[in-house]
Design a binder for this molecule. Structure first.
Ligand SMILES: Cc1cc2nc3c(=O)[nH]c(=O)nc-3n(C[C@H](O)[C@H](O)[C@H](O)COP(=O)(O)O)c2cc1C
Length: 170
């Protein structure tokens, strides 16, 4: 599968089979995260992979799709303690962690798995469940597992609406 094929195939999955994800596949997915670029090559990201059934359900209970995400093979808590702001004014942590997470999503797609980004969760409660220290931010969660549903078509703006050349023309 090419990267472009994986980009086209990826979708947000909200129905999973109750089937564990093989260790070898998880290793490949975390290798894809490890290879992601990061500002100043800081690599200030840490991933807590919940695979234990009870722990996973306790994390899923903090999200907006607790039944669906609880069945996923894993829920990944993507964390960073980086407080740095780049010269451009943007925070490093959410950008770096997001790139690594999307690497993971695309690698998972190639491996026959599906994913869902989860931003709708109670960070305080997830921190309690996973014993994440208060100075570490959970940037996002990601459900990951064997899909029980296929891709639904979602809409996207045409390229001409999102790209202009040489000057701002919106
Ligand atoms: C940063 C971010 C946060 C998201 N949070 C959630 C979420 O909390 N729950 C959920 O079901 N989907 C969530 N999604 C998935 C989006 O709803 C989804 O990407 C969008 O509707 C487009 O659908 P597609 O990914 O299937 O193409 C999130 C996606 C992103 C990028």
């Amino acid at each position: 599968m090419t990267v472009i094929e994986a980009i086209q195939k990826r979708y947000s999955c909200r129905a999973y089979l109750e089937k564990p994800v093989e260790k070898e596949k998880l290793e490949k997915i975390f290798e894809a995260a490890r290879q992601a670029p990061s500002a100043k090559n800081l690599q200030d990201w840490r991933f807590v992979a919940t695979i234990d059934k009870d722990t996973k359900q306790r994390v899923a209970d903090c999200t907006n799709h607790k039944d669906a995400f609880g069945k996923a093979g894993a829920i990944i808590a993507a964390c960073s303690a980086c407080k740095e702001i780049m010269k451009c004014g943007q925070q490093i942590a959410p950008i770096d962690v997001a790139i690594a997470l999307e690497h993971m999503a695309l690698a998972a797609t190639e491996l026959g798995l599906a994913t869902c980004w989860i931003g709708s969760f109670d960070a305080g409660k997830v921190k309690e469940v996973l014993e994440i220290p208060k100075e570490v931010a959970i940037i996002e969660l990601m459900a990951l597992g064997y899909p029980a549903e296929g891709k639904r078509q979602t809409t996207r703006e045409p390229v001409k609406n999102i790209v202009c050349c040489d000057k701002w023309q919106y």
